[in-house]
Write a protein that binds this ligand. Structure first.
Ligand SMILES: Cc1cc2nc3c(=O)[nH]c(=O)nc-3n(C[C@H](O)[C@H](O)[C@H](O)COP(=O)(O)OP(=O)(O)OC[C@H]3O[C@@H](n4cnc5c(N)ncnc54)[C@H](O)[C@@H]3O)c2cc1C
Length: 480
């Protein structure tokens, strides 16, 4: 089956009946009707429907080399720089639909599986590695337009450098406890699957830092695999009203702990296991980093545009544009936006074919962008609060507007540019984006989106070629 519609997505996920727990209770109804998930699933369904919009079909899809059917553009294995532009355009088209609020729209993981499969030759002739299965899974995901969640991180029990779990105790971090004719058996937990339970499958992948080879593996299994359980945090959906909760009613993605109670991973879905070197190197040797950061920054650009639009709408509403500090703060957002746009284009211009014929965007440029965004995004939140003043708290609810108080609200809450209702709608958006549970999660999400920002900077330090500049200094000093 080629690219799917929204209806197909909802039907498929509902039919899985995955073991998902919210607030101490298993989800028993259709998950697409559960209060915690219905908004985001509806928003995601709209994304799939865009693949069938005749005006977008060439942006959203391409012809599969295998089935010759139209499949999602985020699965495209880029061979040219033009392909990279196609990938970015597609991601930004989807991101526009949620103004970048859905960090884990399906194109993120489609990109990851495309990148891993494109680097499958790295796994060839290595112990317990199965590159052909990884490629087969990529093709299966592409031809069926799967949605995927992922878990790359072990539970946060003890992050000391040389911490190893006691082998004799019940495992905490998921590990292979057995092998059978059918596959490997996994027991333990992994973090932190955003959208866990509302995707077709979950990919579990060791992204490095593995000390015990039993904890190192890569596989994908259906979200309803026997023994698999998703334990969600509390929902940050404020309610159904898009007036009150314009963002969480539509885009709350949910995060979940994933528990493996002796889960069988069939051999055809095991990409590697029991290989410490591969578990610690595949993430960096493969094109996982350049492609997934390229997707993430492309989305974050759209989100930054939305933040800029919101800030300017607040400025216009209460007429504060003449103040220099307001101009300076707005310029901070403009500078961040133009910097991110420039870096993505630079990464595409400096892309190179890798040893397996895939056009990789320039990693160091993207690493720079990925260390900038967590910092500026937290600052955006602060700027919105600073320019909003009490407006961000003068936000009566939709029901208050529907009551006999409406006339008071319309009169006293009007602003230079807006009537009372429109002004409160605007400031409720500012509040939800920066001060609600949804909004503060967004800051933490963007901060940790691509892993620990401290480690990202350290990676950049270790991989950036600085020798030529040192040489230049040495040469200068040696001149008479
Ligand atoms: C909202 C949200 C959604 C997420 N969604 C997903 C998801 O869908 N899938 C997924 O796989 N992951 C997801 N993550 C997890 C994300 O990948 C991790 O948060 C990130 O990799 C950091 O790991 P950690 O949270 O375990 O932090 P830790 O590694 O425990 O870090 C905690 C603190 O200790 C410091 N620290 C720890 N170890 C070191 C070290 N060796 N050197 C220096 N400092 C160190 C860190 O700098 C940090 O300040 C999500 C996280 C958040 C917040």
């Amino acid at each position: 089956m080629p690219a799917i519609t929204g209806e197909k997505y909802l039907e498929r996920i509902d039919n899985l009946h995955s073991n998902v727990w919210v607030d101490g209770k298993p989800v028993q109804e259709k998950i697409s009707e559960h209060a915690a998930f219905k908004g985001v699933m509806k928003s995601q369904a709209k994304l799939f429907d865009m693949q069938y919009d005749p005006s977008l079909i060439d942006i959203m899809t391409y012809t599969s080399p295998l089935s010759k059917e139209r499949v999602g553009m985020s699965y495209l294995q880029p061979k040219t720089k033009e392909d990279l532009v196609k990938r970015r355009t597609m991601t930004q088209q989807w991101a526009l639909s949620s103004n970048g609020m859905m960090g884990r729209s399906p194109d993120y993981m489609n990109t990851v599986i495309m990148a891993l499969a494109s680097s499958a030759p790295y796994l060839e002739d290595k112990d317990n590695c199965f590159p052909e299965r990884l490629v087969a899974f990529y093709e299966y995901a592409r031809e069926n337009d799967l949605s995927l969640t992922h878990s790359f991180v072990n539970p946060q029990v003890n992050r000391a450098q040389f911490y190893l779990e006691d082998m004799d105790e019940e495992p905490i971090a998921a590990k292979v406890i057995n092998k059978t004719e059918e596959g490997i058996i996994v027991r333990g937990a992994r973090l932190l699957a955003t959208r866990g339970g509302i995707t077709d499958e979950i990919i579990v992948f060791s992204a490095g830092g593995i000390q015990d080879k039993a904890n190192g593996f890569a596989f994908s299994i259906p979200s309803n695999q026997k023994g698999l359980k998703f334990i969600c945090r509390e929902s940050f959906v404020g309610g159904d009203s898009t007036f009150n909760y314009p963002l969480s009613s539509r885009y709350e993605e949910m995060d979940s702990i994933v528990i493996f109670d002796d889960v069988l991973v069939p051999w055809e879905r095991v990409f590697y296991y029991d290989n410490l070197l591969v578990s610690n190197t595949f993430a960096t040797k493969s094109s996982f980093l350049p492609f997934s950061i390229h997707q993430a920054i492309s989305r974050q650009i759209v989100k930054t545009e939305f933040v800029l639009g919101l800030v300017q709408a607040i400025i216009d509403s209460i007429n504060i544009g003449e103040y220099l500090h307001v101009q300076e703060k707005t310029s901070e957002i403009i500078i961040a936006l133009e910097t991110l746009k420039a870096l993505v284009i630079k990464a595409e211009v400096e892309a190179k074919l890798d040893e397996w014929g895939i056009m990789r965007p320039d990693l160091k440029t993207l690493q720079v962008a990925s260390t900038i965004f967590p910092k500026v995004y937290a600052r955006f939140s602060e700027i919105i609060q600073q320019i909003s003043g009490s407006g961000i708290m003068t936000i009566p609810t939709e029901k208050t507007f529907q009551s006999e108080l409406r006339e008071d609200l319309e009169h006293y809450l009007q602003s230079k540019a807006d009537d009372g209702n429109s002004r409160v709608k605007l400031f409720r958006l500012a509040w939800e984006l920066t001060m609600s549970a949804f909004g503060t999660r967004e800051v933490q999400y963007e901060r940790y989106f691509f892993g620990d920002p401290v480690k990202l900077s350290s990676q950049l330090y270790h991989t950036y070629k600085r020798e030529p500049y040192v040489e230049r200094v040495r040469d200068f000093l040696s001149e008479e």
